[in-house]
Design a protein around this ligand. Sequence first.
Ligand SMILES: C[S@@+](CC[C@H](N)C(=O)[O-])C[C@H]1O[C@@H](n2cnc3c(N)ncnc32)[C@H](O)[C@@H]1O
Length: 285
Amino acid sequence: MIRELLPGGSDRISPTAHYTGYVWVRNGLSHPALATNAGRLFYTALAPANATSARLGQPHLEHYLLARHEVIDHLLTEAIDQGRVAQVVEVAAGLSGRGWRFTRRYGDALTYVEADLPGMADRKRRMLRATGERGANHRVEDVDAMRDSGPGSLADLATSLDPSKGLAIITEGLVNYFDIASVQTMWSRFTDVLSGFPAGLYLSDIHLGGTRSRLNQTAVTLLSAFVRGQVHLHFTGPQDAEAALRKAGFADATLRRPDDFAGTLPHCTGRSARANHIIAASTGG
Ligand SMILES: C[S@@+](CC[C@H](N)C(=O)[O-])C[C@H]1O[C@@H](n2cnc3c(N)ncnc32)[C@H](O)[C@@H]1O
């Protein structure tokens, strides 16, 4: 029923973007114009389960999302403030408000490109226009993360960026929808692109296998139901994932759990901050 509210042409992963987009707005991390009716309905449908989890002191889907979002924001802020990064491509940006927030904060000092499949990108463009607050260095492009080259590829988009400034690529809520071969190839595409810039940083969340956390299992079950497909747990531990990132061409790769940032970031405490990991990988600079 909820699915009927989704725009035509959305791919199977898009429903989750409506849910997360609504969570970002609700928590002051996005502009209200980036919320959708579908997101509100998904949110309402999941609210009783979330409330029960909270009452029982169990992990909470919304807190888990906020923890991952906060850590990625934090690591990106650090890289920008240290002068390593002045350009961002957020692949699979969906209805995230990060581009809106970071361009408001950094103004001309930051170029921010949101990239997504054409249907979602078109929707995001219209929604950002509706905010009336899209900065000159903030744009949305059609990119398929699975495409090697040519129009609609990240490689093609990268030719429009400034090769003298550091670049960050972000994926949030994406990698576990792809099988391991696709992820490994996507990461190699990312290092090919990032190595054309003086500094290259990749930030992402990832769910690992071998995590017995109840939230990890709950989140994976929910995500599978949402997308009517398999959610892939490619690696059994951080070291496996770090090795795969180095194999893809990253010079350094570190996985940390959001609760490693407890005390620094408000949502990075408790069980909800132990369900997944955040990748920070760099090509140099
Ligand atoms: C779970 S949503 C995450 C959205 C956003 N990053 C967030 O955390 O709120 C997944 C997004 O991936 C996008 N997506 C799916 N397959 C993609 C692909 N091959 N290339 C680029 N984006 C893709 C979907 O359109 C959707 O916007």
